[in-house]
Design a protein around this ligand. Structure first.
Ligand code: UDP
Length: 385
């Protein structure tokens, strides 16, 4: 029995690292972090391919946030390089800026437009869905059927193994549509990448004399061996925690095929989407944004799969209903046993990296309050201590 632990953190991904770091640094707690993988950083993990090129092993992570406090907090553990995340979509053999912007609309319809004319053009094609109930309605209401079918329908089917009509509006709705020539993937105020990579950032976060990290260690193996004095933070799949008693929650997984090239760059931008061709959804040449200088490059081809490590919760009505049942159990577990569920898999939510860090800071605040140490509720207070 391992008794000299205040906080047990299951999962060394972004959520687990942040709660562990806060508990150790702010409260001086002894923290044990375990992970079933052989590395930290969760799906943000990056590493050096045998060619020496840095790759994102579990798909691209384009760091962005509007929150200056969050950025300041992470800056304690990394320097940054500025990054421009530029994505194009390959439709009918041509590359278009994606998200759809003024240039995309011009090229697709073969006309010159200003923003007002583009708005009129979209207006003539939009369909009316006063309260879009799913991703299909959302996109057709925004850009009309033709652009929906060219850019969204088949990509989404490949990515999720479901029709957009079965997915929540926010799945496709998280992609903006712009009537200017902004060619960036996202519009956030801060778009930066950790200079030495995400793995280095999270390793640094865990480098604390009160934090012990054990890798290759599944939760089940320590669950009954460790009795943390204060709390447990669980960041794994919520259905696994409860023995899948209501059935397995659906997750989407990915396969990555890495192809090295003896040239500096092969793509014109970091990511090309292939909505209508191939089994893979996108090719990612992450070197465009890591800031690395290297004579070679590596392109990663992403093929979605149903089996494999859980990467994405599936935002749909059936999965939400099942998750709600698990969440009730999770809430009870928090009250009864001080087990806190945090992160993409534990909360079954499609968080971005900045959002999951924000969640982890809030989780830390809740744990801290429960332990009688009162602090202001704003999440920024979690990082100012
Ligand atoms: N999507 C699409 N066409 C694209 C890119 C995205 O239809 O070319 C849809 C798809 O359903 C995808 C969702 O928009 O899952 C969100 O895309 P994002 O690039 O944000 O996905 P992530 O990088 O999180 O996999």
């Amino acid at each position: 029995m391992l008794d000299d632990v205040d906080l047990l953190v299951c999962g060394a991904g972004p959520a687990g690292c942040v709660v562990a770091e806060r508990a150790a640094s702010v409260l001086g707690w002894k923290v044990l972090v375990i992970d079933q993988r052989n590395h930290v950083a969760g799906n943000c993990y990056d590493s050096f391919h045998s060619s020496g090129v840095m790759v994102h092993n579990y798909g691209p992570h384009y760091f962005r946030t509007n929150d200056a406090d969050l950025l300041a907090y992470l800056s304690r553990f990394t320097d940054w390089v500025p990054a421009t995340y530029e994505v194009r979509s390959s439709v009918g053999g041509r590359l278009y800026p994606f998200p759809i912007n003024l240039t995309t609309i011009e090229r697709y319809f073969g006309v010159d437009l200003d923003p007002a004319a583009a708005e009129r053009l979209l207006d003539s094609r939009r369909e009316v869905f006063p309260a879009p109930a799913n991703s299909e309605e959302f996109v057709r209401g925004r850009v009309g059927r033709e652009l929906y079918e060219a850019f969204y329908l088949n990509y989404t089917r490949k990515q999720w193994g479901r029709h957009p009509r079965e997915l929540a509006p926010g799945v496709c709705g998280r992609i903006p549509v712009r009537l200017d020539r902004d060619h960036r993937y996202v519009g956030h105020r801060y778009q930066v990448m950790p200079r030495a990579g995400f793995t280095a950032l999270f390793r640094r976060m865990l480098r604390h004399r009160k934090i012990r990290v054990v890798l290759d260690c599944p939760f089940r193996e320590v669950q009954n061996l460790v009795r943390p004095r204060r709390a447990t933070v669980y960041t794994g799949p919520v259905d696994d925690y409860f023995g899948r008693r209501f059935g397995p929650l659906p997750y989407r997984s990915l396969r990555f095929d890495l192809v090295p090239h003896h040239t500096r760059f092969v793509q014109p931008c970091v990511q090309i989407n292939y909505p209508n061709d191939f089994r893979y959804t996108r090719s990612v040449e992450i070197k465009h944004v890591t800031g690395q200088t290297h004579p070679h490059t590596v392109v990663s081809y992403e093929t979605p799969t149903a089996a494999g490590d859980p990467y994405y919760p599936v935002p749909a009505a059936d999965s939400a209903a099942m998750y709600n049942r698990y969440r009730d159990l999770a809430d009870r577990e928090t009250t009864r046993r001080r087990v806190h569920f945090c992160g993409r898999l534990a909360q079954y939510r499609y968080f971005n990296t900045d959002e999951v860090i924000q969640e982890a800071l809030s989780c830390f605040q809740r744990i801290r309050r429960e332990c009688g140490d009162r602090v202001p509720s704003a999440s920024s207070a979690a990082v100012s201590a």
